[in-house]
Design a protein around this ligand. Structure first.
Ligand SMILES: *[C@@H]1O[C@H](CO)[C@@H](O)[C@H](O)[C@H]1NC(C)=O
Ligand SMILES: *[C@@H]1O[C@H](CO)[C@@H](O)[C@H](O)[C@H]1NC(C)=O
Length: 105
């Protein structure tokens, strides 16, 4: 009886964690005018240890429509690493797509 209750309790904890992860995911899936497709397309190019270089056409296209000024403001934030994105690689990305990184970035 006790064991069953404990197991149910663990299940609830797992569910809450999963739901938090999903919520966190949806919330972050629109980053600086980049939608989830764009982020997914760029992710291989901004993840260590083996970034894809040069980035894919899909990634550059998404980046073109992104707010790079906004992206810059995330350079010291923990948000990028929490998404598995390396900030240094992320900020080097526009140049690799022949886009100009905003001044002061
Ligand atoms: C881009 O982001 C910056 C900082 O978040 C904001 O001030 C600016 O208005 C945005 N520009 C566009 C075109 O959305
Ligand atoms: C960027 O420009 C260089 C030189 O013009 C070119 O060789 C390269 O293919 C371009 N890269 C992209 C992603 O457009």
């Amino acid at each position: 009886m006790m064991e069953k209750a404990a197991a149910a309790g663990r299940w609830v904890v797992v569910m809450v964690l999963v739901m938090a992860a999903i919520f966190e995911g949806t919330r972050s899936l629109n980053l600086c005018d980049m939608n989830d497709d764009g982020i997914l397309a760029c992710k291989p190019s901004v993840s260590k240890p083996n970034p894809v270089d040069p980035p894919t056409k899909e990634c550059c296209k998404a980046l073109k429509g992104a707010n790079l000024t906004c992206l810059c403001s995330y350079r010291n934030s923990l948000l990028l690493p929490s998404l598995g994105i390396d900030p240094d690689l992320a900020l080097a990305l526009p140049a690799k797509c022949n886009l100009t990184t905003p001044a002061g970035c």
